[in-house]
Design a binder for this molecule. Sequence first.
Ligand code: NAD
Length: 295
Amino acid sequence: MTALVPPARVALIGLGNMGRPMGGCLQRAGYRVTGFDVSDDARNAFASASGAQVAADAASAVRDADVVITMLPTGRIVRDLLGALMTQLRPGAVVIDMSSSEPMGTRELGETLIAAGFGFIDAPVSGGVRRAVDGSLSIMVGGDVATIDRVEPVLKAMGRTIFRTGLLGSGHAMKALNNYVSGAGLIAACEAVNVGKAFGLDSGLMIDVLNASTGRNNSTEVKMKQFILSQTWGSGFSVGLMAKDIRSANDLAHALGVPVPLADHCADLWDDAAKTIGGASDHTEIQRYLDNVKV
Ligand code: NAD
């Protein structure tokens, strides 16, 4: 099977914060990209930012595509969409779910798609909007090796580090677990700053100390000063999506019978935050939730 190099045709479904810049990278790499999103605003923004084509509906976007990429909010949406589109896909097309979906649902979807003769891999990403823009995402890829080999050039157009994590669903498992570690670290940093402030420590100085010490994590490095202390709340990743990912990691732990007392509490906190401040709020606004939480 030949590798799918430019100018292969790529359909990209989901043109939000991440899909839009990822599609731009594919277009610049020479792929013939057709995007689709249910939102008119997202379709227009994608067309004007990338110069790529947009389709009026999902079926027209995928019909001629060699590769179909989904970058959608949840695995449920991905499964519903691909279930409805199965009869529209080109024979032999490869589907890549780059959304952060639930690993067990991905395996179920894979059974259907692969039995129907399509390639299917999961390839969720990490690095946020900034790294989606410059094509330097980390990509965690699960699935059949020959299928991954075929689409590796497509993934390399969007990411710098491509990890092959194992069987189908393993990328999604890894992604959910990554976001559990990330989301727990963010809450720990916010709580530490709140306590320090109450004691009289300077918040900016605290972040400098953490970043030079063992408390350093991704949130202390790229979120605390940039979005939280500055109160700009503009990371481009919503609290609802973070809550979904941490719940997905927690559900996986329970399905496998692995005790995770901290993840149990963390998943509840993020769910409550999404409910309290609204799922569309930026996930760095967890600070606003923690400022007001009743214990
Ligand atoms: P987003 O909400 O900005 O974009 C999702 C887009 O999907 C929206 O434009 C929405 O209109 C569209 N959509 C929803 N249902 C649809 C359907 N049935 N058909 C077509 N379009 C549909 O979300 P995002 O931040 O771009 O995240 C996308 C995925 O990537 C999520 O699974 C998220 O967890 C994951 N992710 C996000 C980030 C980030 O920093 N934002 C980082 C890594 C992974």
